[in-house]
Design a protein around this ligand. Structure first.
Ligand code: TXA
Ligand code: MG
Length: 310
C-alpha cells in the first residue's frame, strides 16, 4: 500500500497530544497510544473496555529503540534477526529505568514487545520519539479488526482517527513467545511454531490451553463474533452459516469459504472478516468444518475453540 504522508502526519499529531488512534499492522489493527504516557494508556483501556489486569503489547520501530526499556538475551537476538519486523511478540524483562507507563504492564516487571512490518505503521513509528502501546482494535473479547471499516464498526466516533492501511495481510494476531527462560509460546499466532523451533533448534512448549484462564490475557471466552459456533461439523443444521476451508463446486448462499484451495495462510487471513460478515448477514448460528490442525491451522483452531465458548 502507498504511503500517504499527510495521514501519517495527522496520526503523529494525535499521538503527541496523548490521543488514541487506530493503526494498521500486518496481523490486525491496533488501538495505539504513547506507551510512555499514563494518560494515553488509560484511554486505551477505557476505549476497549479492557480489564486493567490484561497488559498491553508495545510496538517499536526496531530493537535500538527498545534497549532503554528492556533487557534481552541471545535467543531473542536470534529470533529477532530472523523474523522481525513480523508477526511475533516477545515477553522481555522490563528495566527499572524504563519510561513505560505502569498502566501498560499493570505493574508487572515484564513487557510484551513487537516490531510490526506494515510499511505505514513502520513509517509512523520511525517518526515518533516514543513506542506505541497497542492492543487489537476490537471491543474486549470480540473478533479483532482486519481493516479500517471493522474498527469503525466497533468504535464509531469514539476513536479520533483511523490510519488507513488496507486489509491486514496476515489477518490473525502475532505469536507470543517468552524466551526469558525455557522458550514457551503463550499465544499461537501468525508465525507458525515449527518455523520458530527450527531457528532456535529447540523444542518450544506451547502454554496455550484455551480452557485455562490463568495465563495472562488468554481468557476462556475470546474472539467471539457474538454468534454461537459449532466446530468440526460435517452436516449443518437449518439456518446455520457454514464456514468451509476450501471452495466447493456447488455453493450455497449460507456457505462461506476461507480459501480457494484450502491454503491455511489464506484461511487465517480471511477468518475474522468471515466471522464479521456472517454476523452482518444476520445468521444466528455458525457451523465450521474440520480445519487441519497443522501450521497456521493450529492458530485458526485455537481462535475458533475460544470463539465457540460463547
Ligand atoms: O498482532 C498482535 O499482537 C496485535 C497487533 C495490534 O500488534 N495485538 C494484540 O494485542 O493482539 P492484544 O492486546 O489484543 O493481545 C495481547 C496479548 C494479551 O493476551 C495479553 O494478555 C498478552 O498479550 N500480554 C501482554 N503483556 C504480557 C506480558 N507481560 N506477559 C504475558 N502476556 C502478556
Ligand atoms: Mg486482542
Amino acid at each position: 500500500m502507498k504511503i500517504n504522508l499527510a495521514n501519517i502526519k495527522k496520526a503523529k499529531k494525535y499521538l503527541k497530544i496523548d490521543e488514541c488512534i487506530a493503526i494498521p499492522t500486518e496481523t490486525v489493527y491496533g488501538i495505539a497510544g504513547n506507551a510512555y504516557s499514563d494518560r494515553a494508556c488509560k484511554k486505551i483501556f477505557k476505549l476497549k473496555k479492557r480489564p486493567k489486569n490484561n497488559p498491553l503489547i508495545v510496538h517499536y520501530y526496531d530493537y535500538n529503540n527498545l534497549k532503554k526499556d528492556c533487557s534481552y538475551n541471545n535467543a531473542f537476538i536470534k529470533i529477532y534477526k530472523k523474523f522481525c519486523p513480523g508477526p511475533i511478540t516477545f515477553i522481555l524483562d522490563l528495566k527499572k529505568k524504563s519510561k513505560i507507563s505502569k498502566f501498560v504492564t499493570n505493574k508487572k516487571n515484564t513487557l510484551a514487545v513487537r516490531f510490526p512490518k506494515h510499511t505505514i505503521t513502520r513509517n509512523l513509528l520511525k517518526k515518533l520519539k516514543f513506542p506505541l502501546a497497542a492492543p487489537s482494535a476490537n471491543l474486549s473479547k470480540r473478533v479483532s479488526a482486519v481493516c479500517s471499516s471493522d474498527v469503525k464498526d466497533d468504535f464509531g466516533k469514539k476513536i479520533k482517527y483511523v490510519l488507513e492501511g488496507g486489509k491486514s495481510s496476515i489477518g490473525i494476531e502475532s505469536t507470543i513467545l517468552d524466551l526469558r527462560k525455557k522458550p514457551q509460546i503463550l499465544r499461537l499466532g501468525g508465525l507458525d511454531v515449527s518455523t520458530i523451533q527450527k531457528v532456535l533448534n529447540k523444542k518450544i512448549k506451547v502454554n496455550n490451553n484455551p480452557l485455562r484462564i490463568s495465563v495472562p490475557g488468554q481468557f476462556k471466552l475470546h474472539y467471539s463474533p457474538g454468534v454461537p459456533i459449532r466446530l468440526n461439523v460435517k452436516k449443518i443444521r437449518e439456518n446455520e452459516a457454514y464456514i468451509l476451508i476450501k471452495k466447493k463446486k456447488v455453493t450455497k448462499l449460507n456457505y462461506y469459504f476461507l480459501s480457494k484451495k484450502g491454503n491455511l495462510q489464506e484461511a487465517a487471513k480471511n477468518l475474522y472478516s468471515t466471522l464479521r460478515k456472517i454476523k452482518k448477514d444476520k445468521y444466528k448460528a455458525i457451523a465450521v468444518c474440520k480445519i487441519p490442525n497443522k501450521g497456521l491451522g493450529k492458530t485458526i483452531n485455537d481462535r475458533l475453540v475460544r470463539a465457540s465458548k460463547f
